[in-house]
Design a protein around this ligand. Structure first.
Ligand SMILES: NC(=O)c1ccc[n+]([C@@H]2O[C@H](COP(=O)([O-])OP(=O)(O)OC[C@H]3O[C@@H](n4cnc5c(N)ncnc54)[C@H](OP(=O)(O)O)[C@@H]3O)[C@@H](O)[C@H]2O)c1
Length: 257
C-alpha cells in the first residue's frame, strides 16, 4: 500500500520511548519528515538522528506555553504540520474516591487541554490545505474504564468527546480525526504500572505481568510497532474516509463491540 506519507510533515510528542517513538519510526520509514518531542533532549535528538528526515525537540508538554512553542519549532524545521499525533505521558495510578481538585486539573491539562491546544494550532492550516490527519493515542479505558487508573479515565474521556465532535466539523475539509486505543502495549509505562500492581498485591512484577497477559485473548502484550502500524494506516492517504473512529489495538482485551 502506498501510504502517501512521503514528504508529509509529522509532529509526534512523547516520542522518546514507547508508543510515541514507534510511531515516529514507522512514519519516518514511510518517508515523512518527523518532529520528535519529549523532555529528554539527548534521547529525542539521538532517535531523530536515526531517521531519514527528523528533528528532536526538548519540551515538557505539561508547561503552559509548550503547545505554541512546539508547533512553532516544528514548523520552523519542516513547514506546516500535515499529521499531528496526540501523545504524551500518562497520569499516576489511583482510584476515583480520593482524587483532589489539583490532581483532576493536572490530568485534564495533560490529557485534554494541551492536546486541544496543539490541535487548534495546526487545524486552520490543515483545513486551508484540504488535507490533515489527527491521530490520538488514547487508552482502552475510553471504552471500558480501567480500575485504579481514575485520572487517566477522566482525562481521556474528555479528549474522546472533543475529538469525536471535532471530526464531524472538519471532515468536509479533508481532515480526519481518530483515536487508537492501546490495551497493554509493552512499554516503560506498562512496566511501571505492573510494578505498582505487584507492590499492591505482594506479587513480583513478572507475576503481575503474567496475570495481566492471562486476561488478554492474545495472551501477550502488544509491541509498540504493532500499535504504530495502526496509526500509520490512519495517518495515510488511503485512510481518507475513516474519521471519528476509535480503533482498539489490544489483542482482543476489551470485549465490547
Ligand atoms: N502502553 C500501553 O499499553 C498504554 C495503555 C493505555 C494508555 N497508554 C498511554 O499512551 C501514552 C504513551 O504511553 P507509553 O506506554 O508509550 O509510555 P512511555 O513508554 O512511558 O512513553 C511516554 C512518552 O511520553 C514522554 N513524556 C512523558 N511526560 C511528558 C511530558 N510532560 N512532556 C513531554 N513528553 C512527555 C516520555 O518521554 P520523556 O520522559 O523524555 O519526556 C515518553 O517519550 C501514555 O499517555 C499512556 O498513558 C499506554
Amino acid at each position: 500500500m502506498d501510504t502517501g506519507l512521503t514528504g508529509k510533515n509529522v509532529l509526534v510528542p512523547g516520542a522518546s520511548s514507547g508508543i510515541g517513538l514507534a510511531i515516529a519510526q514507522a512514519l519516518g520509514a514511510e518517508g515523512a519528515n518527523v518532529v520528535l518531542a519529549a523532555r529528554r533532549e539527548d534521547v529525542v535528538k539521538a532517535e531523530a538522528a536515526r531517521l531519514p528526515s527528523a528533528v528532536g525537540i526538548a519540551m515538557d508538554l505539561n508547561d503552559d506555553g509548550a503547545p505554541a512553542a512546539l508547533v512553532e519549532a516544528a514548523e520552523n524545521a519542516f513547514g506546516p504540520i500535515d499529521v499531528l499525533v496526540l501523545n504524551s505521558g500518562g497520569p499516576p495510578p489511583g482510584g476515583a474516591a480520593d482524587i483532589t481538585d489539583e490532581q483532576a486539573l493536572a490530568a485534564v491539562n495533560q490529557l485534554l487541554l494541551q492536546h486541544l491546544r496543539l490541535t487548534s494550532l495546526v487545524l486552520p492550516g490543515m483545513r486551508e490545505r484540504g488535507w490533515g490527519r489527527i491521530v490520538a493515542v488514547g487508552s482502552s479505558g475510553v471504552q471500558q474504564p480501567l480500575p485504579n487508573l481514575a485520572l487517566s479515565n477522566l482525562g481521556r474521556a474528555g479528549l474522546a468527546g472533543y475529538l469525536k465532535t471535532l471530526a464531524a466539523e472538519v471532515a468536509a475539509d479533508g481532515v480526519t480525526v481518530n483515536m487508537v486505543l492501546p490495551g497493554r502495549i509493552d512499554t516503560e509505562r506498562v512496566a511501571s504500572l505492573d510494578s505498582a500492581a505487584a507492590k499492591r498485591t505482594g506479587a513480583t512484577p513478572a507475576e503481575a505481568r503474567a496475570a495481566s497477559e492471562a486476561g488478554i485473548p492474545a495472551r501477550r502484550y502488544g509491541t509498540p510497532a504493532e500499535f504504530a502500524a495502526v496509526v500509520t494506516f490512519l495517518a495515510s492517504a488511503p485512510a481518507s474516509y475513516v474519521t471519528g473512529e476509535q480503533i482498539r489495538c489490544d489483542g482482543g482485551m476489551v470485549r465490547a463491540y
